[in-house]
Design a protein around this ligand. Structure first.
Ligand code: PLP
Length: 393
């Protein structure tokens, strides 16, 4: 064809992480037919939607089949009933987010990828290791990326001290995927103050905030000044089991201004141009999930996962293996024993204990030598895995 392509795509590394894992597991399983392989690499939820949520979805689907209650295109930014439910959810967590600053989406990944549309050629600051979408979406737009190193010394919570930045876009994810590490009030305040001082924008991914149990910020807007420097992106995927149902939201406060240009207006324009909203039944399901009763059901599922996380983290404590996460996060990020590389440890666990996890190197160079284990399995499988690990490590 005689067209030009976006050459920036050539800078994106192919991601073979999960296909390489699948290939290795398949080959192992074929060679060891009787092996009972336990998968602790899952980043997807496994428990079904709470009934209150699916009931709301079914009711809404029926409304769509009746002339009087049928609805066509939804509003691009979400129905008011759902924006109000999101605002109320924040309020119950002690945070004020106005309904007019909320944009309903089909999940956090889309918005994290699309937000670059409204931003120019900025320097981009991204912690390493982290959820790969931030890096790849900025590479696609040809942006200059500075990785901020996460390591054992900073407990995988990189801070702005010493960062050479004269204004740019900073991505933060807390609790983090894959490390499970999360910023406390003081640390997040330092980031907000840094962004305000340097005139930077923070893009804050709070996809795992519902797993926080202790006294940690569940939203960047729990920090003073954040409405002048931060966009927050959240999702119902992990809190309410919406990975297959698809719904999330982005908060772009009206107080976010670049000169006399409002980022809220730019995002409104972007969404109205390129997005036609989330389906009515899904928005009703999301409203039900965010209600007081719905959230109580969602919390039961989270508690189930967190019991798995507890079993695993207690084992690593017992074995004196350094790890982060597992307390306010479904992810446990551990140092591979005996200085094994991430993939060496992957092979070792698969062969010696028939357990599958995710090599840390797949989440960025700073992940080498580390390994992610998740709590999204069943109690039975996790318990069995803990026993096998207790014998092996
Ligand atoms: N942000 C982080 C940190 C994630 O780990 C994930 C999914 O695993 C997402 C966002 C994507 O969420 P969604 O399912 O809403 O697209």
């Amino acid at each position: 064809m005689n067209i030009k392509i976006n050459e920036n795509f050539k800078n994106i590394k192919e991601s073979y992480l999960f296909s390489d894992i699948a290939k290795k597991v398949k080959a192992y399983q074929e060679a060891h037919k009787d092996a009972k392989v336990i998968r602790l690499g899952i980043g997807d939820v496994t428990l079904p939607l709470p009934k209150i949520v699916s009931d709301a979805m079914v009711k809404a689907a029926h409304e769509m089949s009746v002339k009087e209650t049928f609805r066509g295109y939804p509003p691009e930014y979400g129905y008011d009933f759902l924006k109000d439910a999101v605002s109320d959810y924040y309020k119950r967590n002690g945070i004020e987010v106005l309904s007019g600053d909320i944009f309903i989406s089909d999940g956090a990944k889309s918005d994290l990828g699309n937000i670059v549309d409204i931003l120019g050629d900025n320097d981009i600051y991204i912690p390493d290791p982290v959820y790969p979408v931030y890096v790849d979406s900025n590479l696609m737009s040809g942006r200059k990326i500075h990785l901020i190193n996460g390591c054992k010394e900073n407990n995988f919570l990189p801070m702005p001290d010493g960062l050479d930045c004269n204004g740019g876009v900073i991505y933060l994810c807390s609790p983090n995927n894959p490390t499970g590490a999360l910023y406390n009030f003081e640390e997040l305040t330092a980031w907000v103050n840094f962004a305000l001082k340097t005139g930077s924008l923070i893009i804050y991914d709070s996809a795992y905030e519902a797993f926080i149990n202790g006294d940690y910020p569940r939203s960047i807007y729990a920090i003073e000044g954040a409405k002048e420097c931060a966009i927050e992106i959240n999702s119902l995927s992990k809190v309410a089991g919406f990975t297959g149902t698809r719904c999330g939201w982005t908060v772009v406060p009206k107080s976010l201004m670049v000169g006399d240009v409002s980022l809220n207006k730019l995002w409104s324009r972007r969404q109205a141009t390129k997005f036609n909203g989330v389906s009515y039944p899904v928005q009703r399901a999301a409203e039900a999930a965010l209600s007081v009763e719905g959230m109580a059901e969602c919390k039961k599922n989270i508690e189930y996962y967190m019991e798995n996380a507890k079993m695993l983290s207690e084992l690593f404590k017992e074995k004196n293996i350094y790890f982060t996460g597992g307390i306010n996060s479904p992810y446990i990020w551990l140092k591979c024993p005996n200085n094994m590389s991430s993939w060496e440890f992957f092979d070792y666990l698969l062969e010696k204990a028939n357990i599958v996890g995710t090599p840390g190197a797949g989440f960025g160079a700073a992940g080498e030598g580390y390994f992610r284990i998740t709590s999204f399995g069943t109690h039975e499988a996790t318990k069995e895995a803990v026993e096998r690990l207790r014998k092996l490590l």
